[in-house]
Design a protein around this ligand. Sequence first.
Ligand code: ASP
Length: 381
Amino acid sequence: MATISRREFVITGAGAGLAAAAPRHALGHAPAVLTRQSVSPVVISSANGHRFRNGGTETCVELAFRRIVAGDDVLDSLIAGVNIVELDPEDASVGYGGRPNAEGVVQLDACCMHGPKRRAGGVAALEGVRTPSNVAQAVMDQTDHHLLVGPGAQAFARNMGFEIERDLNTDRSRRMWLEWKRRTDPGHYLDPDRADARRVVEDERLAEALAPDDADADADSDERYGTINCNGISRGGQICGVTTTSGLAWKIPGRVGDSPILGAGLYVDNAVGAAGSTGRGEANLYNLASFLIVEQLRLGMSPKDAGLAALRRIQENTVERRLLNDRGLPNFGVNFYVLNAVGEYAGVSMYAGQNSQYAACTENGAELLPLEPLLDGSARD
Ligand code: ASP
C-alpha cells in the first residue's frame, strides 16, 4: 500500500523539472540524482474509481493504468478512465445520472491539467453532456481559455461535436430528486404511497431541521456529495489529473463547487506532483487546497503530510458555528488524493468514515486503500 516513508526529493532550477529523486529502496539516504525513467507508474483516484465498471471489465484506475503503461498520453488515459464513472448510471455523483440541482436539472463540473504541456481546461454548470471531462479537455486543447461555464460551455461542446442531450437524469436520479422535494416541500410534493404523506414528510422535515448535520455531514455518506478525481504518473514522469462531478446534490442552480476550479478541485505541476479533491467544495474553494498541497510537495513534504497540512488549514479556517459539530470541529468531510513526482501517493480525509477509501493502481494491480484521517471520530459528533 501507499505508505509514505521518508525520502529526499530535490527540485532544481528552471526547465530542469524533477532533477533528483530517490527510488523507494534508497529512501532515507542522501538525495540521489535519478532520471524520470525511474518512476513506477501509478494511477490514484477517489474510491469510485475502483468501484464502477459501467458493465465493462475494468474500473477507471485499471483502464487508465493499462493505457499509461502502454504508452498512451497520461491525460487521455485518465479521462478514458473517468469516462467509465461518468457514463455509469449507478454512480449518482458524476456525469450521466448525477444528482440534479434544486430544479431537477443535472449540471456538471470538470477540469483537467496536463503536466508536461502546462495546459488546463474546465467547464462548469454544463448541461446535456454525459462526459464533461472530455469537454474540459476540449477547452484545454481547442481554446485559449481555461474555463467555460453554463450555456457558453454547452454551445462550445455542441460546436465541438459533442452530443447534447435534453436531460441527463436517470430514473434513479429523478427519483432521488423527487424524494428530496417531498421532504423539503411537502406541501406541494406529496408521496402517493403514504396514506398520511403530508404529515409524515413534515415530521421528517422537522427532524432534519432539528438535526441538520445528520443530513449532509459525512461526505462519504454518498448523500449529497460525490465526485471523481483521478491523477496519474507515467514511467517517464509525466503527471496529469482530472476531476469531474455533478457537484452538490440539490444545489442552487448555477452553484459551482471546487471540482472545476484549478487549484481547488485539482492542481498539477509536472515537476512536483498532483492533488485533487472530493467532499465539501466550499471548504476547498476557500483554501485552494490542491494548490496548497502541491506547494507543500514542492517544499519536500510527503504526499500524506502535504494532504494532512491542507486539511488542517481547512479546519483552522472553519469557524462558523453552522459548520462546526459539538466538539467545535468541521461538520463536513473533504478528501484529497495526492501524488508526487517520484510516484509516491496518499489519500487523506478529514475523518475516518465507513467508506473512507481511495483507489490506486500500480503494477501490482488495483486496490482500495484506507484514507488517512486528520481527525478522530466523525463529522457528526
Ligand atoms: N466537491 C464537490 C463539490 O463541492 C462535491 C463532492 O466532491 O462531493 O461540488
